[in-house]
Design a protein around this ligand. Structure first.
Ligand code: NAD
Length: 481
């Protein structure tokens, strides 16, 4: 069994009380690593270290170009170690090796892109209405930034936060999910190897209630970048507001995926399948509500079911597997309970709806790809985030009705729709309340394009050039001439 340590102030350390917790492989159910059970004291030490590194030592003396250089070197190291990191995430999280290799080969781009922006953070000279005063602005880092991440994509979601934070000159404390801490600890070795000074990047592992809350409330923390559930996001938002800490919150979703009658049906069906079943439905952007125009409802449903039936469940390390296990036992229970809720609400289960009977999958936390038809948008299965491979199919008759149903949710992270009508593309993209809208595609993301939520799906945007502003504050300097 692998035993990990945390990185605090450039030192690899055990938790203050010496305790660890186990992390298990979702495919085999086996314990494969021991993770330090960080305490409040460990979280405080990490923040103090990041504060010290921000206010003294080599980091604040580096030029912006030096920071960019370090970030690019880190990108190179991630690329060199992509396969190793991918296998660790698969072991810890159950995601498919194909997806993880793709993701890990893409993650370096965050460090190249934001590394490239580091020396392009500029101020302005403002010709104010006082001729005797020279006014200019400086864009300065915030200080200690905390990144709290969920279990579904640990390194990708960390990179959304870390790359712009370091490019802007901040220091950082990462708190990965207690279910998937290993890859962040492995990644920390690369940050060290890249040559970042001690204390600039720290990792504290442990649980939300002690480590997470300490990081959220510590007086030296300037900013919290959080990805996770709506409930935790609300808690963090409330605590942060008390001390005016900056926050970025990337929360849940219940994304509508709309198929209009004029769509290229086979392409739409492929998009629908990958939209909900990729990563076993455990993505914030999962297209979990399928809205289908009534006149093609039966045809689309038949094709979606036929394709879903071909999905091969199995070992996530095998390149032929298409649906892997769920990441955690509580998540498996949650998904199964939503399947019961949907059945109780009168939705018709046309596919799946249970754990697979195949004995070869018996040790893994699997649930079958599941499709419910006859869903009304008011049902819990259409309103609440399941975060699993469960699709709720809802018919509609007109474009207006599709938009009304799509927007009838507290969430607003993403939406997708399929049509060949150019005017409809423009109308529906404008009318749908979601931070990302995909037209004739689904799930495309880029380090260059903003990602974030409308309504309860969050506050702020990650990725894209503007996101570096999440990690800066503007100072206006007035000089008497
Ligand atoms: P979660 O909210 O349970 O946990 C996320 C992180 O918060 C973990 O590291 C956890 O330890 C920590 N945490 C828990 N309680 C805390 C507290 N009181 N204070 C500080 N930190 C605390 O979420 P999860 O179950 O790990 O992840 C799934 C959720 O993440 C889903 O709702 C999903 O939609 C969301 N998600 C959103 C995006 C996005 O970009 N919007 C991306 C991926 C996942």
């Amino acid at each position: 069994m692998q035993t990990y340590k945390m990185l605090i102030d450039g030192q690899w350390v055990d938790a203050a009380l010496g305790e660890t917790f186990e992390t298990r492989n979702p495919y085999t159910g086996d314990v494969w690593a021991a993770i330090p059970k960080g305490t409040k004291e460990d979280a405080e030490r990490a923040v103090e270290a990041a504060h010290k590194a921000f206010t003294g030592g080599p980091w604040p003396k580096l030029t912006a170009s030096d920071r960019g250089h370090l970030l690019r070197r880190l990108g190179d190291l991630i690329a060199e170690n992509a396969e190793r990191l991918a296998r660790i995430e698969v072991t810890d999280n159950g995601k498919l090796i194909n997806e993880m290799l793709f993701q890990l080969k893409y993650i370096p781009q965050w460090y190249y892109y934001f590394g490239g922006l580091a020396d392009k953070i500029e101020g302005a000279v403002i010709p104010i209405d006082k001729p005797e005063t020279f006014n200019y602005t400086r864009n300065e880092p915030l200080g200690v930034c905390v990144g709290i991440t969920p279990w579904n994509s640990p390194l990708l979601l960390l990179s959304y936060k870390l790359a712009p934070a370091l490019a802007a000159g901040n220091t950082f404390v990462a708190k990965p999910s207690e279910f998937t801490s290993a890859s962040t600890l492995e990644f920390a070795k690369l940050v060290e190897q890249a040559g970042f000074p001690p204390g600039v990047f720290n990792v504290v592992t442990g649980f939300g209630a002690d480590v997470g809350e300490t990081l959220t409330t510590h007086k030296h923390v300037a900013k919290i970048a959080f990805t996770g559930s709506e409930g935790t996001g609300r808690k963090i938002g409330e605590l942060a507001a008390r001390n005016f800490k900056k926050v970025t919150l990337e929360l849940g979703g219940k994304s509508p995926h709309i198929v209009f009658a004029d769509a290229e049906i086979d392409n739409a069906v492929n998009g629908v399948i990958s939209g909900i079943f990729a990563a076993t439905g455990q993505t914030c952007i999962a297209g979990s509500r399928l809205l289908v125009e009534s006149k093609i409802h039966d045809q689309v449903l038949e094709k979606v079911i036929a394709l879903a039936k071909t999905a091969r469940m199995g070992d996530p390390l095998s390149t032929s597997t298409q649906v892997g296990p769920v990441t955690t036992p509580p998540q498996l229970e949650k998904i199964l309970s939503y399947i019961d809720i949907a059945k109780g609400e009168g939705a018709e289960c046309l596919l799946g709806g249970a754990r697979p009977s195949n004995p070869e999958l018996g040790n893994g936390w699997f649930v079958e790809p599941t499709i419910f038809a006859g869903v009304r948008n008011s049902m819990r299965i259409a309103q609440e985030e399941v975060f699993g491979p469960v699709l709720a199919v809802i018919p509609f008759d007109t474009e207006e009705e599709a938009i009304q149903i799509a927007n009838d949710t507290n969430y607003g992270l993403a939406a997708g729709f399929w049509t060949q009508d150019m005017r409809r593309m423009l109308r529906v993209s404008a009318a749908v309340q979601a931070g990302t809208v995909w037209v004739n595609t689904y799930r495309t993301i880029s380090y260059m394009s903003p990602l974030g939520g409308y309504k309860h799906s969050g506050i702020g945007r990650e990725n894209g050039m503007a996101s570096i502003q999440n990690y800066l504050q503007t100072k206006s300097v007035m000089v008497s001439t």
